[in-house]
Each structure stands twice: as structure tokens, then as C-alpha cells.
Design a protein around this ligand. Structure first.
Ligand SMILES: CC(C)(COP(=O)(O)OP(=O)(O)OC[C@H]1O[C@@H](n2cnc3c(N)ncnc32)[C@H](O[C@H]2O[C@H](COP(=O)(O)OP(=O)(O)OP(=O)(O)O)[C@@H](O)[C@H]2O)[C@@H]1O)[C@@H](O)C(=O)NCCC(=O)NCCS
Ligand SMILES: Nc1ncnc2[nH]cnc12
Length: 292
């Protein structure tokens, strides 16, 4: 192929990070078989979601992620101004998501987690190890957004109060422990054991589900549902993971239980996307990125 034809269009860092965020959301949605969640087989425990809607929602968020990365690049440091700019962009992103999905909440938690990670990655593109990026994201999340509406009516806030658990906000403020200490190590060990990429990603999702206080599960299925999800996910991993026959059998049992309880681990799904985002940043940025 000639040099002219093989030349890639140049992308700036903010565009690159937005591409990555959308790619991981689409990869998460497509990953199958995920218990309780929308995937290539169907709608899981949901009535109002399907794969096409998850894709449309992910694509609609590209400008939101790009704007968050751009805001962090131009601010340079973690400041109150940056936190409030991100909050404003995030709320606009949510509005756009709800417009595209006709009011269905597809990616609220993902806007939060991936938005923070896009901003944190843009802030210092020489320090892109997963824990570096997660810690920078946490520093942003710890600042108060004075313009945010008081959200004690959200599903997450309601169940955090009722059950005394930590939700999406605290997961980010603690530098994404479910991703850094559970999902990424599981992804690496399943890959190293030869599980195959799709099975390794499913194992990473199960590692998150096995210990996360997922407020989506709690809201729909209460504490019984959360215990069922956590112990069922642990049982799949203990049986050898999704690549093993025993693990597959456990996964089918877990899925049956979750569908009966209407339990959907939407928070874990968002954190799997965050895990894939950080995993893909680890090797560093492509050499041909243009400046803003
Ligand atoms: C700080 C916010 C994250 C708000 O958090 P809060 O807990 O108050 O509000 P929720 O509205 O409940 O949203 C939290 C979403 O986060 C995901 N999640 C749940 N548990 C966890 C967890 N432990 N750790 C991390 N993430 C978690 C989850 O999102 C996914 O599930 C959604 C689908 O759920 P589903 O049950 O189907 O839908 P619902 O509409 O809730 O109910 P029903 O269908 O059952 O009727 C889907 O969106 C997934 O993404 C939770 O939903 C943050 O949102 C915020 O402050 N935003 C403002 C703007 C901002 O600051 N943006 C970013 C700045 S960088
Ligand atoms: N695949 C999925 N199914 C249902 N809710 C989700 N929230 C984020 N990803 C999801």
C-alpha cells in the first residue's frame, strides 16, 4: 500500500481518550454471556434495554468524554474549577444519553467513572499506569461539585442510606479498588492461564461482582440479591472461571438466580468498562497523536 493510502488521520489526545472510552463501552455491551446484563444474547434482567440502545448510548457520549479530557488538559491540575467543569459536562452528557435512549438510564455510572478516568489520563499523559490514573481520578472525585443538585433521591443514594453501603461516588473517591485490586489482576491471571480474551473479561466482571456493593443490584433485589450475586460470582471463579466447564455450569446457575430476582449488576458492568480502559492505556499512547 502506498504511503498516502496507509496514512491514519491524526487524532489529538482528547479525541484518542474519547475513542477509547466509547470502544470499551461497546466492548462491555457486546461481551457475552454476562449474567443479568444486556449482551449479544438479549436484554438480561432488563425490560427497557437492548444491545442497539447500549451502542447508541455509548456513541452519544463521545463528545462528553472528549470535552472532559479537553477540560483536564487545559486546566492542567486538579482544581475546584476543573471538578465543576467536569460536573457540568457530565450532566450535559447524561441529558444527551437520556435524549438518545428516550429516557432510559443506560450509562449514568459509566459517565461518572470513565469521565473521571478520561480527565485523569489527559492530565498527565506520561503517567498512565492504572493506579496512577485511578489516584488522579480519585483526587478529582474527592472535590465537592457545588453546582450539583442534591441527589439523595437517586436509586444509589436511597440504597446507600438504607443498607449503609458505599456506591459509585465512593468507589471513585477510593481510586477504584474494585478495578485496581480485583478486575485488573483477574484479567491478567485469566489471560496468563490461557482463558482466551472474552473469558478473561468475563472473569474480570465476576471478580468485580463478587465483592462490589452494586447499588443497581441492591435497588432491584435487596440484600438477598446482592449476596446471591456476590457468592455466585465467587463460585464461578472458584470453580475455575468461565473458561472451565465447571465454571460455565456455575455461571448458568448464577444467571438463572439473577433473572429470577431481576438482579442486574449495572455498576459492575461500568467498572468492567473502566478496567478495560485502564488496561488499554497501560502500554502508553500511540506515537502519532497530534496536539490539541
Ligand atoms: C455520583 C454519581 C455517580 C451519582 O451516584 P448515585 O449513587 O447518587 O446515583 P445513581 O443514579 O444510582 O447512579 C450511580 C450509577 O453508578 C453505577 N453503580 C452502581 N453501584 C456502583 C458501585 N458500587 N460502584 C460504581 N458504580 C456503581 C450504576 O450505573 C449503572 O447502572 C445503571 C442502570 O441501572 P438500572 O438499575 O437499570 O437503572 P435505574 O434507572 O437506576 O433503575 P431501574 O431500571 O431499576 O428502574 C446504568 O446507568 C449503569 O451505568 C448506577 O446507576 C454521578 O452520577 C453524578 O454525580 N453525576 C453528576 C454529573 C457528574 O459529576 N459527572 C461526572 C463528573 S466527572
Ligand atoms: N451491559 C449492560 N446491561 C445493563 N446495564 C448496563 N449498564 C452498563 N452496562 C450495562
Amino acid at each position: 500500500m502506498s504511503a498516502i493510502h496507509s496514512k491514519q488521520p491524526q487524532r489529538s489526545l482528547d479525541e484518542y481518550l474519547a475513542d477509547l472510552a466509547v470502544d470499551v463501552l461497546i466492548d462491555e455491551a457486546d461481551l457475552s454471556p454476562k449474567p443479568g446484563l444486556v449482551d449479544k444474547r438479549g436484554s438480561g434482567a432488563h425490560q427497557d434495554l437492548h444491545l442497539g440502545l447500549m451502542h447508541a448510548s455509548a456513541l452519544s457520549l463521545w463528545p462528553c468524554f472528549r470535552a472532559m479530557a479537553e477540560a483536564a488538559l487545559s486546566e492542567g491540575e486538579v482544581t475546584q474549577t476543573l471538578r465543576e467543569a467536569l460536573g457540568h459536562i457530565g450532566r450535559e452528557g447524561e441529558q444527551e444519553m437520556l435524549r438518545v435512549t428516550a429516557g432510559v438510564n443506560t450509562h449514568r455510572g459509566a459517565i461518572w467513572a470513565l469521565g473521571l478516568l478520561c480527565a485523569a489520563a489527559a492530565q498527565d499523559s506520561r503517567q498512565l499506569t492504572a493506579s496512577n490514573v485511578a489516584v488522579r481520578a480519585a483526587r478529582i472525585a474527592l472535590l465537592d461539585d457545588r453546582a450539583a443538585p442534591v441527589s439523595n433521591a437517586s436509586h444509589g443514594a436511597q440504597v446507600c442510606r438504607l443498607y449503609g453501603v458505599h456506591g459509585a461516588r465512593e468507589e471513585a473517591q477510593q481510586a477504584f479498588p474494585s478495578v485496581i485490586h480485583h478486575a485488573l489482576p483477574q484479567l491478567a491471571s485469566s489471560r496468563a492461564a490461557g482463558a482466551g480474551e472474552q473469558n478473561a473479561r468475563l472473569d474480570a466482571l465476576l471478580a468485580i461482582m463478587s465483592q462490589l456493593a452494586d447499588t443497581c443490584v441492591l435497588y432491584r433485589a435487596g440484600l438477598e440479591g446482592l449476596h446471591c450475586v456476590q457468592s455466585g460470582a465467587r463460585a464461578v471463579l472458584d470453580a475455575g472461571g468461565v473458561a472451565s466447564l465447571a465454571g460455565r455450569r456455575r455461571l448458568r446457575e448464577l444467571e438463572g438466580d439473577m433473572l429470577r430476582l431481576r438482579a442486574s449488576p449495572g455498576g459492575a458492568a461500568d467498572l468492567l468498562a473502566a478496567c478495560l480502559f485502564l488496561d488499554r492505556l497501560q502500554p502508553g499512547l500511540p506515537a502519532q497523536l497530534g496536539s490539541l
